[in-house]
Design a protein around this ligand. Structure first.
Ligand code: PRP
Ligand code: MN
Ligand code: MG
Length: 175
């Protein structure tokens, strides 16, 4: 496919918003310790930048759920490929995502955590949110930006595994 890339949210705006989210998170978890669980791979860049800004004790872990592969739309078929390493019983858990699209991935992960992990609290945080695409009603506690229904890349988000390293958010436009 021939395509071009257009900038959507510049680096400075992303960095500023991440600092704001960190301030909110610190305030909400004041005096506590928070387990930030990133969903691989999309969340890694956002999670790395976010945790550096959070001035309360943070513990990091990762989970991997089934991917869209090279498809640009969700299959809705979610499987756990790698579970968390840590025992999360009685812990405050914050699931960190790069984007909530249909909500199917997050819905599955929330259900999985609530049913089996015995966590003390569970919240969710995403850099990007695409409300127009939502298929299931999931609660997202911290949202960086709402984005239009376009194919977004950068800051962890890929197009066929590429562009995750862009330090800004852009849109793929077919030509
Ligand atoms: C993307 C994105 C979210 C999920 C959102 O991951 O990073 O995890 O899809 O879509 P949903 O709300 O429709 O479920 P992807 O499966 O592309 O894997 P990746 O993170 O490795 O890129
Ligand atoms: Mn992902
Ligand atoms: Mg992807």
């Amino acid at each position: 496919m021939k395509y071009r890339i257009e900038n959507l949210i510049d680096k400075e705006a992303v960095e500023k918003r991440i600092k704001e989210l960190a301030r909110e998170i610190e305030k909400d978890y004041a005096g506590e310790e928070v387990y930030c669980i990133g969903l691989l791979k999309g969340s890694v860049i956002f999670l790395s930048d976010l945790v550096k800004e959070i001035n309360i004790p943070v513990i990091i872990d990762f989970m991997s759920v089934s991917s869209y592969g090279s498809e640009t739309v969700s299959s809705g078929d979610v499987k756990i490929l790698k579970d968390t390493d840590l025992d999360l019983r009685g812990k405050h858990v914050l699931i960190v995502e790069d984007i909530i699209d249909t909500g199917l991935t997050l819905e599955y992960v929330i259900k999985y955590f609530k049913e089996g992990k015995g966590v003390k609290s569970l919240r969710t945080c995403t850099l990007l949110n695409k409300p127009e695409r939502r298929k299931v009603d999931v609660k997202v506690d911290y949202i960086g930006f709402d984005v239009p229904d376009k194919f977004v890349i950068g800051y962890g988000l890929d197009y066929d595994q590429r562009y995750r390293n862009l330090p800004y958010i852009a849109v793929v436009i077919p030509e």
